[in-house]
Design a protein around this ligand. Sequence first.
Ligand SMILES: *[C@@H]1O[C@H](CO)[C@@H](O)[C@H](O)[C@H]1NC(C)=O
Ligand SMILES: *[C@@H]1O[C@H](CO)[C@@H](O)[C@H](O)[C@H]1NC(C)=O
Ligand SMILES: *[C@@H]1O[C@H](CO)[C@@H](O)[C@H](O)[C@H]1NC(C)=O
Length: 699
Amino acid sequence: MCGISCILSLATTSQHQAALQPRNGEHKGAATERARLEEELDRSLQQIVHRGPDSCGNWISDDCRVALGHVRLSINDLSPSGAQPFHAPSHGVHAVVNGEFYDYDRIRAQLEKELPEYTFTSHSDSEIVIALYLAYGLNFTEHLRGEFAVVLYDERRELFVAVRDRYGIKPIFWTIVDDGRGHGGKRLCVAAEAKAFLPLGWEPQWDVRSLKDAGWNHDTRTIFKDVQKLRPGHYMTCQSFSRIEERPYWESSYPDKSIIDARTPEELIAGVREKMLESVRLRLRADVPIGIYLSGGIDSSVLAGMVAHLVKEQNVSLGSAPPSERVTCFSIAFDEDSGFDESSIANRTAEWLGVKYLKKLMNEEELAKRFEDAVWHCEQHNPDFNFVGKYALSEVPQEAGYKVVLTGEGADEIFAGYPLFLPDYLREPDHAYEAHNPLPATERSTQFDSAEQEAREHYRAIGADGGTSDLSIPRRMLNSISTINGMTAFQPDVFAAWTDHAYPASDPHMTIATNADGLARHNINQKWHPLHSALYVWSKGNLPNIFLTCLGDRTEMAHSIEARTPFLDHHLTEYVNHLPPSVKLRWSSEEKRFVEKWILREASKPFITRELYERKKHPYSAPTAWPRGGPLHRLMKGLVTEDNVRQLGFVSWGKVGGLVEEAFGEGGDPRALRLAIVVAQWVVLAQRFGVATAGAEGC
Ligand SMILES: *[C@@H]1O[C@H](CO)[C@@H](O)[C@H](O)[C@H]1NC(C)=O
Ligand SMILES: *[C@@H]1O[C@H](CO)[C@@H](O)[C@H](O)[C@H]1NC(C)=O
Ligand SMILES: *[C@@H]1O[C@H](CO)[C@@H](O)[C@H](O)[C@H]1NC(C)=O
């Protein structure tokens, strides 16, 4: 897992003409141009060196129009032959890869048969990208399994390609900037993090519209103007230095809700178990030791249980970990009376499995110390301090000498683990699985009313926006699902008055409704059950843009930790997506409640403790109260000052001036706390990135 930064000169008319000139006598300045590009690329890679501290490499085309840069975290094939970029010199194809491909022994064996003219030069999983491209052209994306970001350049076809994995586990950002050569030339920059653009001529500005629209959370925008991200499951091409296009190569799909699923629950449980074991097994391949993030939840516990099973029962090796530490789990622990310390459950799980367990103690002061660095790594704001916790967590494996961990991210998204999905599950009957659904048909509408009521009360209690009515156009565009209300609950309403005049059409709910394209909306309205529509919409917004970003890649790679996410293996998710809604959220007649992730719980049963199998999720998490005068209160006070807020330009001091005082202490207002945290993060970003003050004239 690594970092990439690439530059492609875009054609202007004069450059294009120059390119058509005969080559002799050309490139007087070629050597200086190359040196300059190399130096720029080096500085760009320095910005993201935390992603790949082990080595660094680049390739620059003879005409200096294309530059591919790479920093490497060595995980497979530790020898120099695993260094990047990869090349197929006789075909003029070059590639850099960030991420991990699974099942590559099989793919490689197949390629060696189908493509005898290509000789593999390394044992790195990443090299299959080049061979797959030579064998299948742009179809190569179909054969990639795992989490990855790839940039490839084909000299003969003048084709530049960037690909992002199906769920957006690995990041790709892009922007177009002035090439700084003084002729008005432009270049396309593509990198793993936006900070890599700073040495390439990028001058950061706030994208105020994106902030007001929640575009950064739901579509291709970021919080920075003109910095875009490639959508999950998409690839981008730039043909002959001019035509930029973004196309999908994979899409989530769900069953037709009117078609009866004839499979028994037992068959489905066995199916999930088998796919999960395969996904976990494939992710144990590495030439370095692998650990596991363990919390008190079922998602990470079943991973630990399955790993322990594979290691003990099937002699599967866990990377190159020594036998005494065959399975090592990591977590952070908070004070036991804080109410959200789960390390005692994790400890019992580890004891039961007989595996090693390392934890790091966190407290308020430790969170405050890491806040600003964590913000720099995330490059966007978060509504609470969870991202700082994740940032601290990745220090634990790093300090223990690990580079790779498995994490439970994604399970709530594919198995319906969040309470906000319940009203959408109950919105319509599940015709596909009536024969096996313990919820009496007569009971559904009563349960629906109380689930909606509970959700409304929850939003009120935490001071969040209650969302939009089911008659609003965005809701009607998505078959009235209410999950989108929860997705905009923390939209910070602290904007300066001028922004309302500049961006009168901002509507976060509409951003979500239009982020699903017309084909997806057709399925949402005609074909998919509302629970599946909710899972779809969530998995295109909050999953890639918050969970896999600030609670995933960015805070992990900050400490050079590669996290692998077995729940987001597409062979597993395609199977799970096509299960009926009633095995994901299931009514328990004995307990008179819904069991979330029911099928995951059943599939996990042999691998987890009884305590976890029976554990009920807290329906909604309680807001945290931090004391006045403590490290976090002092930190927020120092960041959310009138001067700092005026520097942002788009935030109203009138709306945020009192937040910090309202937020802290006994009975502190949770809404004020969330807003104060968000504004503090904007201040840190403004300072660290040198973002220009936003103003009405710029729009
Ligand atoms: C590319 O994919 C299409 C559609 O799956 C298929 O028909 C075609 O044969 C593939 N081409 C190659 C070179 O793999
Ligand atoms: C695992 O290894 C042990 C000892 O080498 C052997 O007896 C056993 O058959 C192996 N089990 C499997 C499933 O390969
Ligand atoms: C669990 O906690 C107990 C008591 O603190 C400790 O002795 C034990 O080593 C812990 N178990 C693991 C696996 O870390």
